[in-house]
Design a protein around this ligand. Structure first.
Ligand code: NDP
Length: 269
C-alpha cells in the first residue's frame, strides 16, 4: 500500500546489483528502511549476500539473494525473472555492481580493459535495458508511484575527473554518464526516471589498499575532511528513487564531500 510520505518506498520492489558488500549492500538496506522489498544480487559471495538479506529482514521487509553476473545477458534475464517470481513487479533498479583492475596504460592488458568495461558499462546497459522492458510490461501503478519505474546507476566522481593508471575504470564511468543521460532522455515521456550517483571516496573493499597506504593523501582531496561511508550513498539513492525526487531525471548526484570542487585549486591556479 502506498504511503502519503513522498520519501516512502512502501509497496515497491527493488533490485540492487552487487549488493553483497559495500555501497550496494548499503543501498539495499536503505531502500528497505524506506519500505521497499529488495532483491540482493551478487556474483561470488553468497554468504555476504545472505548477510544483506538478514539485515533487510530485520527491518521487516522481504529480501531474496539472486546470483547473476551483470555482464552476462542470460544472467540478467534470469535475475529479473527470479526477482519478479519472488517479489512481484519491480519498481526500482539500482545498477551498482562494479570492479577496478588498475594498471598504467602501457601495461594494461586487453583482458583487464575488457573485464572492467564488461561489468561497469555493459552491465549497466544490460540492467537498464531489462529494467525498461519490465517497467513497460508492469504498467503504471499510480497508487504506488507517479513514475512507471526508477533506475539509478552507481557511477563515480571519475565520470568527470580523469584518473591516471585506471583508464579502463574512468572510461567505463564516463561511458555510464552518457548512457544514463541518453536513456533518461529516451524514456522520460514514459515516466521512467533515470539518474546516477557519483560517489567520491567511500570506505569499501574496492579501495581498502589505497586507504591503508595513502589515507592522508586521499583526505587532501576531500574538503569535507572524511572518507565517505556506504550509507552516505545508500540514503541518497533511497531518496533519489522516491517520489520526493519525482521531478528529477537525467542527473548525477555527486556524493563526495566536495571532491569535485577541485580542492587543489583553493588559493592556487
Ligand atoms: P565492493 O567491491 O565492495 O562491491 C562490489 C560489488 O559488486 C560486490 O557486491 C560484488 O559482488 C559485485 N560485483 C562485482 N562484479 C559483479 C558482476 N559481474 N556481477 C554482479 N555483481 C558483481 O565495491 P564498492 O561497494 O565500492 O563498489 C560498488 C560500486 O560503487 C561500483 O560500481 C564502484 O565503481 C562504485 N564506486 C565506488 C567508490 C568507492 O570509493 N568505494 C567510489 C565511486 C564509485 P561479489 O563480491 O559477489 O562478486
Amino acid at each position: 500500500m502506498a504511503s502519503s510520505d513522498p520519501a516512502s518506498l512502501s509497496g515497491q520492489a527493488a533490485i540492487v546489483t552487487g549488493a553483497s558488500t559495500g555501497i550496494g549492500a548499503a543501498c539495499a538496506v536503505e531502500l528497505a528502511r524506506a519500505g521497499a522489498d529488495v532483491v540482493v544480487n551478487y556474483r561470488g559471495s553468497p554468504q555476504e549476500a545472505e548477510e544483506t538479506v538478514t539485515a533487510i529482514e530485520a527491518l521487516g521487509r522481504r529480501a531474496v539473494a539472486v546470483k547473476a553476473d551483470v555482464s552476462m545477458e542470460d544472467d540478467i534475464l534470469r535475475l529479473f525473472d527470479e526477482a519478479e517470481a519472488r517479489l512481484g513487479p519491480i519498481d526500482i533498479v539500482v545498477s551498482n555492481a562494479g570492479i577496478q583492475k588498475d594498471a598504467p596504460l602501457a601495461e594494461m592488458s586487453l583482458d583487464d580493459w575488457n573485464a572492467v568495461i564488461a561489468v561497469n558499462l555493459t552491465g549497466g546497459f544490460l540492467v537498464a535495458r531489462e529494467a525498461v522492458r519490465r517497467f513497460r510490461r508492469k504498467g503504471l501503478r499510480e497508487s504506488v508511484s507517479p513514475a512507471l519505474g526508477k533506475i539509478v546507476f552507481d557511477s563515480s566522481v571519475h565520470q568527470v575527473i580523469p584518473w591516471a593508471f585506471r583508464a579502463n575504470y574512468a572510461a567505463s564511468k564516463g561511458g555510464l554518464k552518457l548512457l544514463m543521460e541518453t536513456v533518461a532522455q529516451e524514456v522520460a515521456s514514459e515516466k521512467i526516471r533515470v539518474n546516477a550517483v557519483g560517489p567520491g571516496a567511500i570506505a569499501t573493499a574496492i579501495n581498502a589498499a589505497e586507504r591503508e597506504n595513502g589515507l592522508d593523501e586521499m583526505l587532501k582531496l576531500i574538503p569535507y575532511g572524511r572518507v565517505g561511508e556506504p550509507a552516505d550513498i545508500g540514503r541518497a539513492v533511497a531518496w533519489l528513487v522516491s517520489d520526493a525526487a519525482d521531478y528529477i531525471t537525467g542527473q548525477t548526484l555527486f556524493i563526495d564531500g566536495g571532491m569535485t570542487l577541485h580542492p587543489s585549486f583553493k588559493g592556487n591556479g
